[in-house]
Design a protein around this ligand. Structure first.
Ligand code: ADP
Length: 370
């Protein structure tokens, strides 16, 4: 029973036993075939012997026995050789297959304990090496997500602390009579509360989207019109900051099936970011074109740009290029939400920038109906 359990739990034993089974079957088949076939061939040979020899039963029996012995001997030598090859092959297979698998078992145990730093060394091109590479990529992603999560909690605490401290000090000022109870004071309190509300709203939105709980109200939409609506909504802020907003839209409608509100949300996020990270005197351009059966929308700015090492991570939760510099409701959630929304319509979103100080562009694609 214990032996059976050991065999069931050990891949090496299973491999060895499967080789052994093949050897036994081959030996049994060879033995059976040689029994019939060799006897027939031998008897045909005896039939061609001259009559005195052919009719000597003792000679025939002796020849028969020696022939059978030679065959049995070959089978035994062949089986022993095959057995040794099976042992060597099983040991090799155990080394080649089981070692990486055991390394992966150990690594996954570490991951289960929350230790994401471990990587598996597995050079080569075969399926096991590819599995190890994918495993390492998965650990890397988990490690980055974990770091981001921990940083994100810190960021969130910071984002919550700033407006809360300012509300607290204004309230204390009012109670102590240092501040006068006038509309301007209450407006400042209201602004801080609005900032908190925005943050909580973004977090709720992200958790709902990530849990797959967004209901999309899909309709046929002309994307140009939604871009114009987003531009109209942001125009006053662009004017305040003296940043030029330029729309580069084709005259023909570009139709896609999507949720207008969600597209507006993605556009407001990208255009809002472009405005936020572009100094006065700069330009933000929204460009739309049809590309391989898709509609590609690009929001390009002449702002502070993004260094290339940050580009792959911009759409990850809580990621901010310059954590110290980010202000306002910015908490590194906007682009994550935008990516989830675009991907929900089978689109893609990516960022590009020639480098710090050289502006950036954010492009997303959506399926075209035309
Ligand atoms: P946030 O709410 O902090 O703006 P986002 O997810 O919208 O969060 O953006 C993540 C980070 O990407 C920002 O903190 C900023 O560092 C960077 N970023 C986004 N858009 C731009 C842009 N147009 N130019 C430069 N950096 C940008």
């Amino acid at each position: 029973m214990k032996l059976l359990n050991t065999i069931q739990q050990r891949l090496g034993w299973k491999l060895f036993l499967s080789y052994l089974a093949i050897i036994l079957v081959v030996v049994a088949v060879l033995d059976t075939i040689s029994e019939f076939r060799a006897t027939t061939v031998l008897e045909q040979g005896f039939a061609q012997l001259p009559a005195p020899l052919r009719n000597d039963p003792a000679l025939i029996a002796a020849l028969h026995d020696r022939f059978q012995f030679a065959i049995d001997e070959s089978l035994v030598i062949g089986s022993v050789a095959a057995f040794l090859v099976a042992v060597v092959l099983s040991l090799f297979a155990v080394h080649r297959i089981l070692r990486p698998i055991q390394a992966m078992i150990q690594a996954s145990r570490r991951i289960a304990r929350g230790d994401y730093r471990h990587r598996i060394e597995m050079p080569g091109q075969d399926e096991l090496s590819m599995l190890a590479q994918h495993f390492n990529q998965m650990s890397e992603t988990l490690e980055r997500t974990e770091v981001r999560r921990v940083e994100g909690i810190g960021d969130l605490a910071h984002e919550l602390r700033t407006p809360l401290s300012s509300i607290k000090s204004m309230m204390e000022g009012l109670v102590d009579g240092v501040l006068t109870a006038e509309p301007a004071t209450f407006l400042r309190v209201q602004r801080e509360v609005a900032r908190l509300q925005r943050l909580v709203h973004d977090l709720e939105e992200l958790s709902r989207i990530e849990a797959g709980q967004i209901a999309l109200d899909l309709r046929q939409v002309n994307i140009n019109e939604v871009i114009q609506a987003a531009a109209a909504r942001l125009q006053p802020q662009f004017e305040d900051k003296e940043v030029l907003l330029h729309l580069d839209l084709p005259p023909a409608p570009l139709r896609s099936r999507l949720d207008t509100g969600r597209l507006l949300q993605v556009l407001l996020n990208l255009m809002g970011n472009a405005l936020q990270y572009t100094p006065s005197g700069g330009t933000v351009t929204v460009h739309v074109q049809r590309q391989d059966g898709q509609i590609a929308v690009t929001v390009r700015d002449t702002g502070i740009g993004i260094a290339s090492e940050h580009l792959p991570y911009l759409f990850e939760r809580f990621y901010r290029v310059d954590r110290a510099r980010a202000t306002g409701s910015g908490s590194g959630i906007g682009l994550t939400i935008a990516r989830r929304l675009v991907e929900a319509r089978n689109g893609r979103i990516w960022a590009a920038s020639p480098g710090s100080g050289l502006g950036s562009s954010f492009t997303f694609t959506l399926p075209s109906l035309d």
